[in-house]
Write a new protein. Structure first.
Length: 299
């Protein structure tokens, strides 16, 4: 296990803005009326451009210098060990959840946590009133909907994150996965949605489900295979990437990179524009926006 980094500024963990693009704002965006305390700690407002044609998809990850986002299974799969349990990273996570209608996670991310709820206040309980105020000002539901993506339907159904009546939960799965979940006896707080008619879930189908839930902003928090699918079909609009100051190396398949299950040819890589750089001690907080217009590669 990697120890938490000693941080002398944790008592006042505001982010230092090193650079921000003048093109950051958009005509149609979400994030206005951000409470003063959140603005101060973030070093400015957080505005997410809204697309007219589909939900805006953003992703949030923390990575080592050498591109590793998970060190293994179980507790080693979480971002805490990658960031060194850096509190400002959890703050950014809370902000992004606060602007989202849907928080999208894969089954592996669910299994890798023991007591997590994918809500803003779970990672920043002391800021719960300000985060709730912000969501009310934006006209959003009290909590974002957690959408869990699983092709097989094999999930730890007693996980606390699946059984909080205050948090709407939707399981996106295949027809076979839906049958398995119903046979396992899902709780009353869960909604199971069969997506597509195959054995795998496609990015466009997942986003279509989110759109059907009324989502305008979808936040993906993992895992790397789910992110790979969103990148493959050209649906990732923005990436918020915390760069943690450690190198861990990689041999074998246990440690995962930012994107897994995808190897684009050189002529088809995805270029992104850097639109914001923030800093907290030795951590960098990078924000990228998709640079070129890419058409979705599936219907």
């Amino acid at each position: 296990m990697i120890a938490a980094e000693s941080n002398p500024t944790e008592t006042s963990p505001s982010l230092d803005v090193l650079w921000e693009s003048p093109q950051l704002e958009s005509k149609s965006s979400r994030g206005a009326d951000m409470p003063h305390e959140l603005v101060r700690r973030h070093g400015g407002a957080l505005l997410i451009p809204l697309r007219p044609d589909r939900p805006t998809v953003i992703a949030n990850f923390v990575s080592t210098i050498d591109g590793i986002v998970a060190l293994g299974s179980g507790d080693l799969s979480g971002g805490g060990v990658i960031s060194g349990f850096h509190e400002p990273d959890r703050f950014v996570m809370a902000l992004l959840r606060a602007v989202a209608d849907v928080v999208l996670i894969g089954a592996g991310t669910l299994r890798g946590s023991t007591n997590h709820r994918w809500t803003p206040d779970h990672v920043q309980p002391e800021l719960a009133p300000a985060l709730a105020e912000w969501r009310r000002a934006m006209g959003l539901a009290p909590q974002p909907t957690t959408v869990i993506v699983t092709a097989s339907g094999e999930l730890p159904l007693r996980h606390p994150g699946l059984n909080d009546p205050a948090v709407p939960i939707v399981i996106a799965t295949t027809p076979a996965g839906a049958e398995r979940l119903r046979a396992d006896g899902i709780g009353a707080t869960l909604s199971v949605q069969s997506v597509g008619d195959g054995s795998q879930l496609r990015g466009g189908e997942i986003l279509g489900l989110a759109a059907g839930l009324g989502a305008r902003v979808v936040l993906s928090e993992g895992g790397p295979h789910l992110l790979g699918e969103l990148v493959r079909v050209g649906l990732l609009d923005e990436l918020f990437l915390t760069l943690a100051p450690q190198i861990v190396g990689r041999t074998g398949d246990e440690r995962l990179g930012l994107v897994e299950g995808l190897a684009l040819p050189p002529a088809d890589t995805r270029w992104h524009d850097l639109v914001s750089v923030r800093r907290s001690t030795n951590h960098l907080f990078l924000r990228y926006r998709r640079g070129e217009r890419l058409e979705t590669r599936e219907s």
